[in-house]
Write a protein that binds this ligand. Structure first.
Ligand SMILES: Nc1ncnc2c1ncn2[C@@H]1O[C@H](COP(=O)(O)OP(=O)(O)OP(=O)(O)O)[C@@H](O)[C@H]1O
Ligand SMILES: [Mg+2]
Length: 380
């Protein structure tokens, strides 16, 4: 396995070439023959490891997600299936959006050995939102609101794009949000558990990390919608504002109790909206909802309280759709005046605003940006 073997080799200073294997990369983004020298492990999970690696031919830094797979000798990409193939296919479809991690290519390694691996070569980003929040915590500081605004906007924009293509991430959490420390760009990574939305699509109730898990999943709904990501995005938003996770249950049921403490007891209608098959159930004693100013401990501006409330609704269909969320007045400060950090927020891709009316487009793209980027201005 290239990445793993090279990680071992790193200590001796050697590097390995990525071997070209029969049939590999056939259905994947072009990947030239490159030599990767792994430098450190960025993440480690049940699936395998993510390495930071240097491309010796170009000096570029990349991340390599190396996933253990079941493969038969001589197997090629076209024969991969299930979860492994899904992450590649979904990343291929979404790559190119400024708020989705870019897949540069992929290759199989060790197919003829005992440890076959699928290696995804990804653009490298220096940080995750999780690490940045931890850093603020260690310094006993809160994240400045201008960063909360920038990061939440980009998270919602990435989700709007994926959902527009019928793809639900299902595991939105700070660990899966990459950040570039210099430009403050946020990119969604880890599409390993993502699903294509199909009518009545099934999700396991344990899908999504617990603190960010939508209540319909806790209640055992097996058919889900993209609204599960909007719940998670609401949790991430609150976490940036208060500096710690909003709902922290020790298990699925305690997680629901934490949610009820804030949102109040779900009504019969809410319960039906979350899971029509859930047996009718009386939550006793009834708990009243908390005002969001209090939940966010007075740290947040009024518009932020409003946005959190609109994302964190029991009824999945009542949660603010991501493109609508981008239009929320909490983000007006990003649009109001030209700032170098904000230029990349409005470079909407062809088709990205297809679902929007003209009026909505005008709301999303500030006038100063249009003036700056109109063809006549460029040619001058
Ligand atoms: N492109 C990247 N640049 C920098 N760091 C990355 C990149 N991709 C992943 N990482 C780091 O590696 C960690 C694990 O990656 P990822 O989230 O894709 O895998 P995972 O959560 O372990 O996998 P899965 O949920 O698919 O089993 C991330 O939380 C992040 O810290
Ligand atoms: Mg992850």
């Amino acid at each position: 396995m290239v990445a793993e073997a090279a990680a071992e080799e790193d200590r001796s200073g050697a590097a390995l070439k990525r071997p070209r294997e029969e049939g590999d990369g056939g259905d994947l983004p072009e990947l030239e023959l490159r030599t990767y020298r792994p430098q450190r492990i960025l993440g480690q999970g049940s699936f395998g490891k993510v390495y930071q690696a240097c491309v010796l031919e170009t000096g570029d830094t990349v991340a390599i997600k190396s996933i253990g797979i079941k493969a038969l000798p001589g197997q090629c990409f076209q024969q991969l299936s299930g979860r492994n193939d899904r992450e590649v296919q979904i990343l291929k479809e979404l790559s190119g959006h400024p708020n989705i991690v870019c897949l540069k290519g992929a290759f199989l390694s060790g197919v003829d050995g005992t440890e076959p691996k699928l290696n995804l070569v990804l653009e490298f980003l220096s940080d995750t939102l999780h690490r940045v929040l931890k850093h603020y915590n260690q310094m006993s500081q809160m994240m400045e609101h201008r960063y909360v605004r920038l990061y939440q906007y980009q998270l919602l924009r990435g989700l709007a794009y994926a959902h527009g293509k019928g793809i639900v991430h299902i595991d939105i959490k700070p660990q899966n949000l990459l950040l570039d420390g210099g430009s403050h760009t946020l990119k969604i990574c880890d599409w390993g558990t993502a699903r294509r939305m199909t009518l009545g699509g099934q999700a396991a109730a344990y899908a999504c990390s617990r603190y960010y898990r939508a209540p319909e999943l806790i209640l055992g709904a097996t058919s889900y919608t993209s609204a599960v990501d909007l719940w998670s995005a609401g949790c991430v938003f609150a976490e940036m504002l208060i500096g710690q996770p909003l709902f922290t249950g020790a298990d699925g049921i305690k997680q629901l109790v934490e949610i009820i403490k804030v949102l109040g007891t779900p009504s019969a209608l809410d319960l039906r909206a979350m899971n029509p098959n859930y047996p009718s159930y009386e939550f006793a004693p009834a708990v009243s909802p908390q005002p969001w100013e209090r939940v966010l401990r007075g740290f947040a501006p009024r518009e932020a309280n409003e946005l959190a409330e609109m994302l964190l609704k029991y009824d999945p269909a009542a949660r603010l759709q991501p493109i609508q969320a981008l239009m929320h007045r909490f983000f007006d400060a990003l649009r109001i005046a030209e700032q170098p950090d904000h230029l990349t927020l409005f470079n909407f891709l062809h088709g990205e605003l297809d679902w929007c009316t003209q009026q909505e487009r005008e709301r999303l793209i500030p006038r100063w940006y249009l003036v700056k980027h109109s063809p006549s201005t460029k040619s001058r």
